[in-house]
Ligand binder design. Structure first.
Ligand code: HEC
Ligand code: HEC
Length: 339
């Protein structure tokens, strides 16, 4: 009897031990780690101050807080953090810098949330995404990348992990804002400044309706005529898309497209693979073309004389999207494209 009690005590102590070992504290960002005396006369002091403010506004992995949502239940965020550690941290990293142990060999890399920038969104270039945009990607995954679909998670877990991604995102944004204020603007970091910057982060995420992409025109019918117009704009004499995506849309020649916002060489999408990273509906594809996917520029104002052109491009992209499977890229079914 007594022995059993001791055993369970030992088991319990062990358990608490592993729980602790499994939940590391948030780590410093690469920028904050690299901060040297040249940047700021007391880098260690600044790192300490920023870490304290981040903890105050964003909490810890065991007690997270979401900037701008003080009333969100602690239990909800604790749940989100637990789901995240179990399902996402291996790729996205415990602190959300996209540097989990499984990330190294992936292309594209898992998202580093800390910049507050996302790819598959329903808003115009430069706007923060809607919460629903993040939810959609988490629900559906990003087909053709390592990002899995989590649509089978229980509803409560899904909602909680979306909010926890926002915790990590806002934490990264607040950290940059604090660092820039101290280093670039030589401001003293105190509670007042940190509160002001945290409020600034929250404000940016209140997205006005005017930022949401609404198609300029109603989708015209999917006809050969529409596909042909799209082909011309994609790969014809005045076409632009082929410069990155290749004439046949396969991007197989790995044309240089510039760096993405995370500082890595970008890669144009293979539009013939049948797998759209950001969703395959007409509206998904329209939004990608309208708003861009860095380093792909936004084409919102690309065709002022013919606003239907964005839909023709959508139709052409949909037409070639199954090309690799249908094995027609090299064959005759595709409208003729000069090579
Ligand atoms: C096996 C690795 C892996 C796992 C596990 C994983 N992700 Fe991802 N995730 C990725 C990759 C890779 C990308 C980048 C896709 C791209 O850039 O096209 C990504 C992108 C994202 C994005 C950014 C979408 C955008 O619009 O920019 C979000 C949000 C996200 N993941 C959330 C999650 C959440 C939440 C979980 C856990 C429930 C999770 N991921 C689990 C690999 C993973
Ligand atoms: C400067 C190079 C560049 C140009 C020009 C360009 N793209 Fe892109 N495109 C990209 C990159 C890079 C991506 C993002 C791939 C990723 O990270 O998922 C992309 C992604 C896309 C996607 C999303 C695919 C998906 O998996 O969801 C579509 C659709 C697309 N491009 C269509 C077009 C069309 C149509 C045009 C011409 C109007 C065009 N692109 C012009 C570089 C470019």
């Amino acid at each position: 009897m007594k022995f059993g009690w001791i055993l369970s005590f030992v088991a319990c102590a062990l358990c608490v031990g592993c729980e602790r070992a499994e939940v590391p504290a948030y780590k410093l960002s690469a920028e904050l780690t690299a901060l040297a005396k040249d940047d700021y006369d007391k880098p260690d002091e600044l790192r300490k101050q920023i870490t304290e403010q981040l903890e105050k506004h964003c909490g810890t992995p065991l007690h997270p807080k979401l900037i701008g949502h003080p009333k969100l239940s602690a239990e909800h965020l604790v749940r989100g953090a637990a789901v995240y550690r179990e399902r996402c941290a291996a790729c996205h990293g415990n602190s959300g810098y996209g540097d989990g142990p499984a990330a190294k060999t992936m292309s594209p890399l898992p998202r580093d949330y800390s910049k507050g920038i996302f790819k598959f969104v329903s808003v115009v270039d430069g706007s923060k995404p809607l919460r629903d945009d993040l939810r959609r990607t988490i629900y559906n995954g990003a087909r053709g990348t390592s990002m899995p679909a989590f649509g089978l998670l229980p509803e409560r877990d899904l909602e909680a992990v979306v909010d926890y991604v926002l915790v990590l995102t806002h934490r990264g944004e607040l950290e940059s804002a604090l660092r820039e204020a101290a280093v670039d603007e030589e401001e003293e970091i105190d509670d007042k400044l940190a509160q002001k910057l945290a409020d600034g982060v929250a404000k940016k995420w209140i997205v006005p309706r005017s930022k949401i992409i609404h198609p300029l025109t109603v989708e015209p019918p999917y006809t050969w005529e529409s596909i042909e117009k799209g082909r011309e704009a994609f790969a014809g004499a005045n076409g632009v898309c082929f410069k990155c995506h290749d004439r046949d849309g396969s991007a197989r020649n790995l044309l240089e497209v510039g760096k993405d916002p995370w500082g890595h060489e970008g890669r144009a999408a293979d539009l013939t693979s049948g797998m759209f990273h950001g969703g395959a509906t007409s509206l998904d594809i329209y939004r990608r073309i309208y708003g861009g996917v860095k380093p792909m520029p936004a084409f919102a104002t690309g065709y002022p004389k013919d606003p239907d052109m964005l839909w023709h491009l959508v139709h052409y992209v949909q037409f070639i999207s199954g090309a690799r499977r249908r094995d027609v890229v090299e064959h005759s079914i595709l409208p003729k494209v000069e090579r």
